[in-house]
Ligand binder design. Sequence first.
Ligand code: AMP
Length: 491
Amino acid sequence: MRFADLQLIEPLLRAVHDEGYVAPTPIQEMSIPHVLEGKDLLGCAQTGTGKTAAFALPILQRLHAQPVPNPRFVRVLVLAPTRELATQIGDSFRTYGRHLGFRHVVIYGGVGQHPQTQALHKGVDIVVATPGRLLDIMQQGYAKLNRVEVLVLDEADRMLDMGFIHDVRRIISAVPRKRQTLFYSATLPREIQSLAHDILSSPVRVEVAPAATTVEKVAQSVCFVDKGNKFTVLQQLLRDAAIQRALIFTRTKHGANKLARQLNNVQVRADAIHGNKAQTARERALADFGRGRIRVLVATDIAARGIDVEGITHVFNYDLPNDPDSYVHRIGRTARAGASGEAISFCSPEERGELSDIERLIRMKLPVKAGHEARQETARAGGHASGHAGGRAPSTRFARSGSARGHEHRERPAHPASQGHAAAHGHQGSHGHGTSHEHGTTQGHPGSHAAPHQQGAPRSHGGSHPHGSAPAHGQSRFAGKLRGRHPKRRR
Ligand code: AMP
């Protein structure tokens, strides 16, 4: 399919052409016609799938269908969890709308509010905002949302994680009930389903499986290493000149600062970003990283969410995340827009439970990083680590089925080190269950079908896929389209 087949108007077609996009991504193909018709939409998709254009293009077209009011008022409101994501969405409206002449403002905290309230005062068509600052500004009487026609919630699950859900509900109560609502969330925990149910009306449901797409393209490995030795191992690995731009994840803000300091002490140029850093410092670190002035950016999960820096060659999990979904989000920072990348995870003896959860979710056993095999036998005590990647797990103790969401299972064996890979195999059946919903649209109650986004079976590197399931339909299509993309890039 081509963009022209989506009934987009010429100024938008020109803008996507300027960007070098060859064809719409699956989420664009599936969403744009419905959004153009004015329908509500529930999208299960992450950043990296092209979802911003999937909503921005048809929204711009709908705005364009009416004469620009004089004075202007806020007709589109987009809520996003982080400043970085809000800024990127604002940039996208500018990029895709460059031949149309709408005005937008991006509103977020951590910076002076004056330029933001000034822009509102002058009149804007589109507001992209993080909830906290927007609510502040609304309470001061600067933002009038009583004529909003389209409301977008982006990364709703992350807004919940970050404690914004009450702010979001308060903001929505100031928006007219009669409107179009587009709701995006990578996962659908209960509270998100309930929010979706409250604010959407007969939504079209659109899903893509970006997590698996990403997992498939990233060469992943693990190094078993004691906590106290992680820095030494990292230093050794960073001697490899192929690691040109590395994003390293730590669990805590303190850990991020400390690691950036340690790296600078050994002449590796690094900086850290996390929620405690001032906005200007975060922006500077990101810009330095994007331009290659620093080789390493150390980040916590929340700070890194929404970052779209091109050319990240390596992602390191210095600490494994507690939530296996975060692993997929993290490694998705490399392998952007069709590129391939490498993800290396450090696993200390205390983190083996987390590793098992991740392996269960991605349905492959992470191979041990070449040159770091020495510890694998002991680390995967329980025995089946070496050479069992494609075979049956030795124990079926955790081989339970019965959940549509395999990764919701959190049973742990008495000895985490012996958990190994058994559970991953045990959940095979339940994961397979969801694939018929892959990459499709349905209409109806948002809570009626809480299928996960990781339904597809990622193909592993090195042929270690446990059961050889075919990758989901959408994965290869997206990859194929991006491969065909014109080299010119935005951002
Ligand atoms: P998003 O998921 O909206 O953050 O988009 C991820 C990346 O994909 C961005 O860098 C976009 O510029 C890029 N992108 C969006 N749509 C397309 C497309 N149809 N073809 C190629 N790249 C795209």
